[in-house]
Design a protein around this ligand. Structure first.
Ligand SMILES: [Mn+2]
Length: 329
């Protein structure tokens, strides 16, 4: 518990306890930690007699429907829900990433719970713990401190979040404490092999096809220390895949021997560009993303550009080249 400010944790516990009907949100293009944290918190609050509502831009992703309570997840409403008495945001590094519809809301964010080092703290209470590699892990520590019961359903959701955000406990940041949290969640009812089956061994053939098309675009540069992939707008019509199917494609490039940085450039049909960056750990990709208004972690970061896709792709590639040139072997 040394990692978390005790008085802040106490305030978060009090604020969450006070709410009869907290509205829980996470980031757009949600991943395993986003859904796992959202549902993990929802189960605990429901077990305490509260009635949380759960909101995600674009609603539930099929891959994560195995998570207990996934039918509770709703599309984000046009306005902040009138019956809600707390605005809680999980695993989301900026206010904008809560979702397009929410950006104009006057309702202030009450509680932010996150692990992104780049999070500026956009709530009244901000429990941001970069030392824990997943928001699900931050929630576990919070529940333990509060003495709140973690049901098998909640443990399953939190374990899924912790497992996916650490790349199955492989990424830098995974430490003894991470594994202790995982062990506790297993004791509380999470089934590692069952969760892994859903998170890692269940891709659709459309996703496989998108991955194949994207893999063929691989370009190695910087003396084969960096590599990038490109997704063109027509890859979706060719493969039948959806935008969430890009998750994980970049990891395979990162695994190439000798490679330090992998990037993926997704060109939208509307001129936008979405960039994903991954590092084996020597290069800080959060530092590459930040000057462009992006962010994330040392080993994984992202950037979004509303226009000038090709120009911005070249600028990011140049920044990667400079970061690699700065490495001392
Ligand atoms: Mn996360």
């Amino acid at each position: 518990m040394a990692l978390m400010d005790r008085s802040l944790v106490q305030k978060v516990i009090e604020r969450l306890s006070q709410a009869k009907a907290p509205a829980l949100f996470t980031h757009l293009r949600p991943d395993g930690d986003a859904f796992g944290s959202l549902l993990g918190l929802a189960h605990v609050l429901k077990d305490r007699g509260q009635t949380p509502t759960l909101h995600v831009e674009g609603s539930m992703i099929p891959m994560y429907r195995f998570l207990p309570g996934s039918d509770l997840v709703q599309e984000i409403p046009d306005q902040f829900p009138t019956a809600a008495d707390a605005f809680v945001v999980l695993d989301t590094s900026t206010r904008e990433r809560v979702g397009k519809k929410t950006v104009g809301w006057k309702q202030p964010v009450d509680v932010v719970i996150d692990h992104h080092v780049s999070n500026p703290g956009f709530g009244s209470l901000n429990l941001i713990v970069p030392e824990i590699p997943a928001t699900a892990g931050v929630l576990f520590q919070l529940f333990t401190t509060a003495g709140w019961k973690i049901s098998p359903a909640s443990a399953t959701c939190l374990y899924a979040g912790l497992s996916t955000d650490t790349g199955s406990f492989r990424y830098r940041g995974t430490n003894a404490q991470t594994l202790r949290i995982a062990a506790s969640l297993v004791e509380l009812g999470a089934d590692p092999s069952e969760i892994a089956k859903h998170c890692y061994l269940s891709i659709t053939k459309e996703r496989y096809h998108l991955k194949k098309l994207t893999s063929e675009t691989l370009s190695l540069k910087d003396n084969e220390k960096s590599g990038f992939l490109t997704i063109l707008p027509d890859f979706y019509s060719k493969s039948g895949a959806k935008s969430e199917d890009t998750e994980g494609i970049i990891e395979e490039v990162t695994s190439i021997q000798g490679l330090e940085v992998a990037s993926l450039f997704e060109f939208g049909s509307d001129g936008t560009l979405r960039v994903s960056l991954r590092s084996k750990g020597r290069v800080d990709v959060n530092a590459i993303a930040s000057p462009f208004g992006g962010g994330g972690h040392r080993a994984a970061a992202g950037i979004r550009f509303p226009k000038d896709a090709e120009k911005n792709r070249d600028l990011v590639l140049a920044a990667i080249s400079r970061a690699i040139a700065d490495l001392k072997d």
